[in-house]
Design a protein around this ligand. Sequence first.
Ligand code: ZN
Length: 310
Amino acid sequence: MKHVIALDVGGTGMKAALLAQDGSVLFEARRPTGREHGTDAVVAAILDFAADLADEGRTRFGCDPLAAGVAVPGTIDEKNGIAVFSANLGWRDLPLRKLLGERLGGLPVALGHDVRTGGLAEGRIGAGRGVDRFLFIALGTGIAGAIGIGGRIEAGAHGYGGEIGHVVVRPGGPLCGCGARGCLETLASASAVSRAWAGASDDPDADAAACAAAVEAGDERAEAIWRDAVEALADGIVLAQSLLDPSTVIIGGGLAEAGETLFAPLRAAVSERLTFQMPPELVPATLRDTAASLGAGLLAWDLLSTEVTA
Ligand SMILES: [Zn+2]
């Protein structure tokens, strides 16, 4: 069975799979990233995991993997295969594609950004299956995004394409980690909602899920916090709609777990704001925490089809 290695390196854990050409998962595994042991140990753990996955494929299918795809967080130079920077994992200018290629005996390796590879998988085999133009938005600790065009993700000229979390929707608003004020992620990320609800409910452990539950129970303070987040998100989506005109907006991450408690008011808020733009379909992501790993596998397959046609 022809297969590729797919690996998603997260802040604390790695998720891996062996993937068939149609995107189906032939084997899955998880391991800790081991960042408490330092950056060199993390890199060694990534290389070891990839080599073990190659062995696993040989044992199971009697043939070598055809390629490997790896998704990592932070800033990525996809073209040159460099993991430029990750605050979480501590590396700078790490030539990860080269290191993996060497460890895997010259196998072709694709390096991708975790959110963009996750978006790729959601667009191609997840919530957006069959959709040509989509926007993927992950509402987690921050807000990240990916622009899908023609079955691929647009990374931008410098690798920052799709950063909808740093669109300013409330000028002069809360200070963002990026240095600007009023960025979307300061208002509508799962963390922002958790923070606001922890303050309003006087419970430091209250999170976004608790806020959603309080909204469903009719708590007015929770409703006000939720409305602010939904309105900020709608402003960001309408801006993206005006620029990119996607047919579908796929929303994932912690806040999307609230389901219709989020999607129903969000659809209404977006449609209220549209004037001439066609409304996008707003749908929840379906691949959850396997999206980036699956997307890394798709990148590996794409690498092979590019090599064949080149
Ligand atoms: Zn920002």
